[in-house]
Design a protein. Structure first.
Length: 64
C-alpha cells in the first residue's frame, strides 16, 4: 500500500482540507480524487501528493 495526501479546495472552507489515504497505486489515488470531486459540487479541485510532492490535480475545468 502507498500513502497519498489529497488536498481538497472546497469553496465552503477558507483553507484546503487534507485527506490522507492508503491505496495500492497512483491510479487508485486518482479514482479517490475523482470520487471526492463527484460527491460535492463545492469541491473545486483535488491536488494529489505523495511524500509532499505534487503528482497531479483534478479540477472542475480540466484534469492536470
Amino acid at each position: 500500500m502507498e500513502t497519498f495526501e489529497l488536498l481538497l479546495n472546497d469553496r465552503r472552507y477558507a483553507e484546503p482540507v487534507l485527506v490522507v489515504i492508503s491505496v495500492s497505486d497512483e491510479q487508485r489515488a486518482r479514482e479517490w480524487a475523482g470520487r471526492l470531486m463527484a460527491e460535492s459540487p463545492d469541491c473545486q479541485e483535488v491536488e494529489v501528493c505523495q511524500l509532499g510532492k505534487r503528482l497531479f490535480s483534478l479540477d472542475r475545468e480540466h484534469e492536470n
